[in-house]
Design a protein around this ligand. Structure first.
Ligand code: UDP
Length: 140
């Protein structure tokens, strides 16, 4: 399996509880390397654009409000099979369904405030990385 990049967000519920380091430790311990990182407060337009695929879903408005409720940490992660590996370490969307030992099982507050985002496929990863990072901001 080749080295891949994926896109990750540490969400506002986690920055609020000051547990970004704990989450990054889980990612690094799984063999993922942080090759780009910035802490920002998303605008409403950025959050709506990023989650545009969900705009018809009933939870869209609440999700956008949550994502702009505090700072987030945007990251590009690199490693072998990075997309799948990140999803594995994150756990299922709903923390009630997340496998023991995953980030969401251990840290998420709810299905919405679930601490992390991770790209679901290599193509999505490329689009999401481009949405937030310039090439020169990624330092492998
Ligand atoms: N979400 C929500 N309610 C739901 C499903 C999802 O608030 O019923 C939020 C949650 O924060 C999730 C995000 O919307 O992480 C994107 O949903 P997706 O199904 O893409 O899950 P993910 O890929 O993040 O596991």
């Amino acid at each position: 399996m080749a080295v891949q990049r994926t896109f990750s967000i540490i969400k506002p519920d986690a920055t609020r509880r000051n547990i970004t380091g704990k989450i990054i430790d889980r990612l690094e311990s799984a063999g993922l390397r942080v090759v780009a990182q910035k802490r920002v407060h998303l605008t409403k337009e950025q959050a709506e654009g990023f989650y545009a695929v969900h705009k018809e879903r009933p939870f869209f408005g609440e999700l956008v409000s949550f994502m702009i409720s505090g700072p987030v940490v945007l990251q590009v992660l690199e490693g072998e099979d990075a997309v799948a590996k990140n999803r594995e370490v994150m756990g299922a969307t709903n923390p009630k369904d997340a496998a023991p030992g995953t980030i969401r099982a251990d840290f998420a507050e709810s299905i919405e405030a679930n601490s992390v985002h991770g790209s679901d496929a290599p193509e999505t990863a490329a689009e999401e990385i481009k949405f937030f990072f310039k090439d020169e901001e990624i330092v492998g």
